[in-house]
Design a binder for this molecule. Sequence first.
Ligand code: TMP
Length: 219
Amino acid sequence: MKRFITFEGIEGCGKTTQIRLAETWFRERGIAVLATAEPGGTTLGRKIREILLNRGSFAIGAEAELLLFAAARAQHVREIIFPALEAGRWVLCDRFSDATLAYQGFGRGLDIGFIRTLNAFSSLTLTPERTFLFDLPVETGLARAEKRAAGIRPEAAEDRFEREEKAFHLRIQEGYRSLAASEPERYRIIEGGADVETVRREVCRHLTALLEKSPSGGK
Ligand code: TMP
């Protein structure tokens, strides 16, 4: 079994909070874990993230955007994720290939078949064992993201994706839902609109089930 778990969802879905709580859950059980994020996770990934989420004014077309996410992923898998998996650690990843299908495929309208091919290439054919989809109404997610961006720090300002129109986020939500429906074995849909503790308990319930299936309880 691959010890690779991804966290996905629309803006403001709560996955980043939940990945931190899940990381703590593994550590408390003495299980080696690494939590990481896309785009990011490596020096190259962080530089690409800055470009992609830029709050500046230069243009990035959909095709260039897709290739930048793919480049960040390729480096992330090779430099961080594979070595951690080979060392026997569990890897929790905040977004992965499904985000590219949802955002660049369903959101931007790029060809899904081509994105699947590119995803296989950039992920070195790695796929998650389990994917948590945090689902909640788009309005709720965007209101959360806006609240976060209302902070006075410039780095907390809304990013390029959060500034997109509501219809874009609705397409992404539909995309995620259809991806989850097409792979029910891998996906677990979590009600992301609930309070943090309720969501955490739900995630931990699924983690417990996953570890029970794993040799030596995941250790
Ligand atoms: P984050 O908000 O989860 O940090 O992700 C950064 C943004 O990048 C988010 O708006 C989703 C977007 N994104 C894509 O559009 N395609 C991708 O492949 C990934 C990983 C993220």
